[in-house]
Design a protein around this ligand. Structure first.
Ligand code: MN
Length: 285
């Protein structure tokens, strides 16, 4: 029997205002600035009407990390300065490596009407890979292996890393496990976590008891982080629940970020601003 990790932080997932759009931001918070290598988690959910412009960010740059998008409902159009353009559907994941710099844009696809729900995650890159060539992994839902909950009805989708011998299709620069758990009421599962990984669990909807200690529930308690003092967590769903489970080998380097750039020093941030202004991260019209 593996030792369960102790919970060190419990957060609510409060809303922040991003250009008029209310988005949940469970990470970073006043108390937690990162769960190394995970820097930021945004959870958005909104309705798109027939004449609604929806959530549309205008073209913007990134450098020095990986912006990752998980789509849970609806469909999202993305375009970038590398020439990629496509539509992500519910269940798909876009794992972008901004590296030395990319300009991109995203929002509901033109004719979409309905509910949009997604998560944007920022994964840090180690210093030696911050200026890597930008790339883009469009990971379709059907490419991700599903691990069934033993004696239960739910499933866990392996986006990156490995679970019970099932490997996710996404390549990462550091050792990362990213799982999406769709549990049904009554499901009970113990999930192994590598001893050297940092870990967070985020609940999108439902109600799930963790380690038989705390209960995640929408608007009450949605994010937990854990100490590196064990090799597993246990989840017991009281209601049908959707959770994002992220673990990763910590990078343990100084982080200096400003807006859309995540580097190691202030000088590198200034260089990023200059390089963007000079068009070195490409163009998107
Ligand atoms: Mn972006």
């Amino acid at each position: 029997m593996k030792t369960l990790r102790s919970i060190v932080y419990k957060g609510k997932s409060d809303y922040v205002n991003m250009g008029g759009n209310l988005i949940r931001q469970p990470l970073p918070t006043q108390e937690v600035d990162q769960v190394d290598p995970f820097l930021l988690l945004h959870h958005y959910k909104y309705d798109v009407g027939p004449y609604s412009p929806g959530l549309s960010l205008s073209p913007h740059p990134h450098r020095g990390f990986e912006p990752v998008t998980f789509i849970f409902k609806g469909e999202q159009l993305h375009r970038d300065s590398l020439g990629n353009e496509g539509i992500l559907h519910a269940g798909d994941v876009q794992w972008m490596t901004a590296g030395s710099g990319v300009v991109h844009d995203e929002g509901p696809s033109k004719d979409f009407v309905g509910t949009m729900e997604g998560i944007q995650l920022w994964v840090n890159l180690p210093k030696k890979h911050k200026m890597t060539t930008p790339k883009y992994q469009d990971v379709k839902a059907e490419k991700m292996p599903l691990v069934a909950v033993k004696n239960g009805k739910g499933i866990i989708k392996v986006v990156a890393g490995e679970l019970n011998g099932q490997k996710g299709p996404t390549s990462t620069f550091t050792d990362i496990n990213a799982y999406i758990a769709n549990l049904e009421a009554g499901d009970n599962i113990t999930i192994p976590i590598p001893a050297n990984h940092e870990l967070l669990v985020y609940l999108l909807e439902g109600e799930t008891r963790v380690n038989d200690v705390d209960t995640l529930k929408e608007d009450k308690l949605q994010i937990l982080t854990f100490a590196k003092d064990g090799e597993a967590i246990s989840l017991e769903a009281n209601q049908n629940s959707t959770l994002l489970i992220l673990s990763g080998e910590p990078i343990e380097e100084k982080v200096t970020s400003w807006g859309p750039y995540v580097m190691n020093t202030q000088t590198e941030i200034m260089e990023a601003m200059r390089d963007f202004q000079q068009g070195k991260m490409g163009y998107l019209y």
